[in-house]
Design a protein around this ligand. Structure first.
Ligand SMILES: [Zn+2]
Length: 113
């Protein structure tokens, strides 16, 4: 299935291809603060439609993971994963017509990484 998504102010819009089967929450130092349910997909299933210039990149520690958020509204949209270089985590709450409350998230132990 294809799903469209955006940040809150719609400066950033994207599309993903996913069955929404790998939904996780992570307890690493940044994810625990964002507290978002994330859908895990591979990079080729993510297509940025709009707003590359509105995305800010945040990195810390090893500088491997890339955490993106909208410069205008501050919403986390997606990140390149540290534990899977070909993988992306996408904010489930950014997808159109999806209520994250309807989905149970698995636990990813990011504190051990
Ligand atoms: Zn925005």
């Amino acid at each position: 299935m294809k799903y469209k998504g955006s940040c809150h102010c719609k400066s950033v819009e994207f599309e993903i291809e996913s069955d929404l089967d790998k939904i996780m929450q992570c307890n690493c130092s940044i994810c625990i603060r964002k507290n978002a349910k994330m859908i895990m997909i591979s990079k080729e299933n993510f297509n940025l439609l709009k707003g590359e210039d509105r995305l800010s990149l945040y990195q810390f520690n090893s500088d491997i993971a890339k955490h993106y958020f909208c410069k205008d509204c501050g919403i986390y949209t997606h990140h390149n994963r540290k534990s899977d270089p070909n993988g992306l985590g996408v904010n489930l709450g950014c997808l159109d017509d999806i209520d994250p409350m309807d989905y149970d998230a698995g636990h990813f132990d990011g504190r051990k990484l």
